[in-house]
Write a protein that binds this ligand. Structure first.
Ligand code: TRP
Length: 452
């Protein structure tokens, strides 16, 4: 059953390492560099980090494996894979994947635009000298012509990579980008450790323990959203990548590698931003955090270091842009592979049509940061978690045999498969249901509060 209904993707990854790097590239992105710091600083401290790690390990990991199995065992793109596995009534899941991927990319490209603009600024002009100057600079890049241009350029670059194909585009990019990213990150972590006051940074955020935060609703919602967004599971991006996967590759091991790299990068990013923030006395700016905080506080803090600060700022934004593009390609691959699969279109036709559509959908986010935040809460929060829940239901309860057979056939040990299936059914499904409920309630509350 798992092989008879398989589609026939024309391409395959060059190697297992190529797939793992591409999947890790999808996971590691702006979500790690900016989202992790932003959410950890919203009061959760170490409790946020603990919850996040717990959710990643016991809730997301089985879902990630399920998503990979669904892609490989059906050989179909995200739009059709749920129908192939579970029948017609699972068709809405395919549409949810499409909507979420398009929705997320429409504002992700805007954030990439800001990142690119900050990089160019660090290379070409002195950093802003104080917070008001930085705020003026940020207001300039996050609205109007600059924002639209950055959005369009970022989408076009993403389109060029995806149009080149799996091996010649995505795999080739991630092969050099991921090692570069780790090197830059490591250099910055070491640099930050020697800042005066670095310890306060670690203590103030990552090590500040308050057990009552473990049951705080906002901390829970933040940890859930961050875990799903950062791993990038729940909307079919890894599913799309997995259709090009070899039948024999060991999915659970690859999933652990992806999750491990992603978590390591999140923690390393925290070890850069928190010491920086503490060292430059920007704690207040950050704890009243909004989506633009890092773009404002980071350059301002670094400005006091003169030329060296500019180099560090340029490296940081370069790192962020590289991380972002290896993520945005996975988001674009969801609708692109679906159009190719469903309508038989060529890759380049699907790419450029989708780029056009997403460019238009992203315009409101370019012009108004409040719209961007709402898109993030809706598509990057609720839709993503709902997708994760439906994936866990599909492979854990509706077609558990497909899950088992695919993993056993590719050589996973029976005990491991049993454990994963048990976790998918009895941990992921109830935990995500609860997380989804909390997220919807919390979101409704904040939206009605903001509207009043
Ligand atoms: N994980 C990426 C980040 O942390 C963003 C991303 C890529 C993503 N693919 C995804 C998020 C799929 C959700 C779903 O920035």
């Amino acid at each position: 059953m798992t092989s008879g209904d398989r589609g026939h993707p024309p391409e395959q990854w060059g190697s297992s390492l190529g797939f793992v790097l591409a999947a890790a590239g999808s996971a590691v992105g702006l979500g790690n560099l900016w989202g992790f710091a932003y959410r950890a600083s919203q009061g959760g401290g170490a409790a946020f980090v603990v919850l996040y790690l717990l959710i990643v390990a016991v809730v997301c990991l089985p879902v990630l494996v399920a998503e990979m199995v669904l892609g490989r065992s059906t050989g179909h793109a995200p739009l059709l894979a749920p129908i192939t596995a579970g029948g017609r009534r699972w068709a809405p899941l395919g549409w949810l994947f499409m909507a979420a991927a398009i929705g997320i990319l429409s504002y992700y490209a805007v954030l990439m635009g800001w990142t690119g603009r900050s990089l160019i600024h660090a290379l070409s002009a002195p950093l802003p000298a104080d917070i008001p100057a930085a705020e003026r600079f940020f207001a300039g890049i996050s609205s109007g012509g600059d924002a639209v241009l950055g959005h369009l350029i970022s989408l076009a670059l993403t389109g060029v990579v995806v149009a080149a194909g799996i091996k010649a585009g995505i795999e080739r990019l991630t092969r050099w980008a991921m090692p570069l990213l780790f090197l830059l990150l490591l250099a910055l972590v070491i640099w930050a450790a020697f800042l005066p006051g670095a310890h306060e940074g670690y203590n103030g955020f990552l090590l500040r323990w308050d057990a009552s935060k473990l049951t705080d609703l906002t901390t829970i919602r933040n940890a859930f959203t961050q875990a799903f967004f950062s791993i990038g599971t729940g909307i079919g991006a890894i599913l799309a990548y997995s259709t090009y996967l070899n039948r024999r590759s060991g999915i659970p091991g690859e999933a652990v590698a992806v999750v491990g790299m992603d978590t390591a990068v999140g923690l390393m990013a925290g070890c850069i931003t928190f010491p920086l923030v503490a060292s430059f006395g920007l704690v207040d700016v950050v704890s009243s955090s909004t989506v633009g905080t890092l773009f404002i506080s980071l350059p301002t803090g670094l400005a006091s270091l003169g030329g060296a600060g500019r180099v560090v700022a340029a490296l940081f934004f370069l790192l962020a842009y590289v991380a972002a593009i290896t993520s945005s390609v996975s988001l674009l691959e969801v609708p692109v592979s679906s159009l190719m699969d469903r309508l038989g279109w060529s890759r380049s036709r699907s790419v450029w049509l989708m780029v056009l559509l997403i460019a238009v959908i992203g315009l409101p986010s370019c012009l108004d940061v409040a719209v961007l935040e709402r898109m993030d809460a809706l598509f990057g929060g609720v839709c993503l978690i709902a997708g994760g829940l439906l994936l866990a239901l599909l492979l854990g309860w509706q077609v558990p045999d497909r899950f088992r057979t695919d993993l056993l056939e590719s050589g996973s040990s029976p005990d491991l498969v049993r454990l994963l299936r048990w976790a998918l059914r009895w941990i992921s499904v109830p935990a995500i249901s609860l997380g989804l409920l909390i997220s919807i309630i919390d979101l409704a509350k904040s939206w009605s509060g903001a509207g009043a």
